[in-house]
Design a protein around this ligand. Structure first.
Ligand SMILES: Nc1nc2c(c(=O)[nH]1)N[C@H]1C(S)=C(S)[C@@H](COP(=O)(O)O)O[C@H]1N2
Ligand SMILES: [Mo]
Length: 308
């Protein structure tokens, strides 16, 4: 582990207290951390060293401020600006993820074990919300398939089910979210094994802000944003297609697959275009969010209008 500091100033002086405390906690969790020469814009903890990924887009990342203040995280409020406020004191340390079900080696991972699972990569991905906005995010994480291989799924494992923490004490707004909680999501096994499917622990060089799904979230760049479940506490390997929150909420509007598809409209609005946060003009939405070369094979022969 390498910890550096640029200037000869106690970091307690140059870093907001909350971040300073958070940094010490994260060090206790054994993360690979580096201090940047200059305090980062956001002032949070740096993660590194990072492997650059060939899967990154060369599009310009959306400004950090937009990505951290315009969020969907219904446990912390349904307005876009609420998660940044209401998740401020969300306690993410200690944290455990139970990996269970149809696997030879079920295990409860603490955050330290998650961070040590595979080399941390930076991956710049496009992200398309079903509501019609999009962002480009430099995520930090590693392929979900690294975790899957470690627990050795059995032949009964056809799907993977994910669950977010639901702590009504820390998430009082969850009561008014209008969706069933805890938030749950699922992937077919081959989707989960796909090299693009990312378990993320950070973004913009830093640990994940709480509103973006700290300490560990999924990022599935070819699917609508709601498949990218935040603050994961349980991963279960199952035989049958598991429930997913937005499908439970409204199955006519939100399917299990939820692949980005400009040709399949949401019943209440078109999906043909999107607005990149920070831009004025709309862009055309791309099939599989532009990742078709890599993922279309997963859906060969499937009617994407039926399996929306
Ligand atoms: N637990 C949980 N995960 C969630 C959500 C949520 O409300 N709760 N919202 C989803 C939606 S709709 C989107 S678009 C993305 C937003 O991720 P971001 O805030 O990091 O951009 O998170 C997804 N993951
Ligand atoms: Mo979304």
């Amino acid at each position: 582990m390498l910890i550096r500091r640029g200037a000869e100033i106690p970091e307690s002086l140059v870093t907001p207290k909350s971040v300073y405390v958070n940094r010490r906690k994260f060090l206790a969790a054994g993360a690979a951390l580096i201090g940047a020469g200059a305090p980062p814009l956001s002032g949070a903890t740096r993660l590194g060293p990072l492997v650059k990924s060939p899967f990154s887009t060369d599009e310009k990342p959306t400004p950090y401020r937009d990505v951290t203040t315009y969020n969907n995280f219904y446990e912390f409020g349904t307005q876009k600006n609420q998660p940044a406020e209401l998740a401020k004191n969300f306690k993410t340390i200690p944290w455990t993820i139970s990996v269970e079900g149809a696997v030879a080696k079920p295990r409860v991972y603490d955050l330290d074990a998650v961070l040590k699972m595979a080399p941390l990569e930076e991956r710049i991905y496009r992200h398309r919300c079903v509501e019609g906005w999009s962002i480009v995010v430099p995520w930090i994480g590693f392929p979900l398939n690294a975790l899957i291989k470690q627990v050795e799924p059995t032949s009964k494992a056809k799907f993977v089910a994910f669950q977010t923490l639901y702590d009504p004490k820390q998430m009082p707004a969850g009561k008014w979210a209008g969706i069933p909680l805890p938030y749950v999501e699922g992937l077919r096994m081959d989707e989960a094994m796909h090299p693009l499917a990312l378990l993320s622990v950070g973004m913009y060089g830093e640990i994940l802000p709480n509103q973006n799904g700290a300490p560990v979230r999924l990022v599935i760049p070819w699917k609508y944003g709601f498949k990218s479940i935040k603050s994961i506490v349980r991963i279960k390997f199952v035989e049958k297609q598991p429930p997913s929150t937005w499908n439970l909420q409204n199955s006519r509007e939100y399917g299990f697959y939820s692949n980005v598809n400009p040709a399949v409209d949401h019943p209440r609005w078109s999906q043909a275009t999107e607005r990149r946060l920070g831009e004025f003009f709309k862009r055309k939405t791309l099939l599989f969010n532009g990742y078709g070369d890599q993922v279309a094979g997963l859906y060969a022969g499937m009617d994407l209008k039926k399996y929306y």
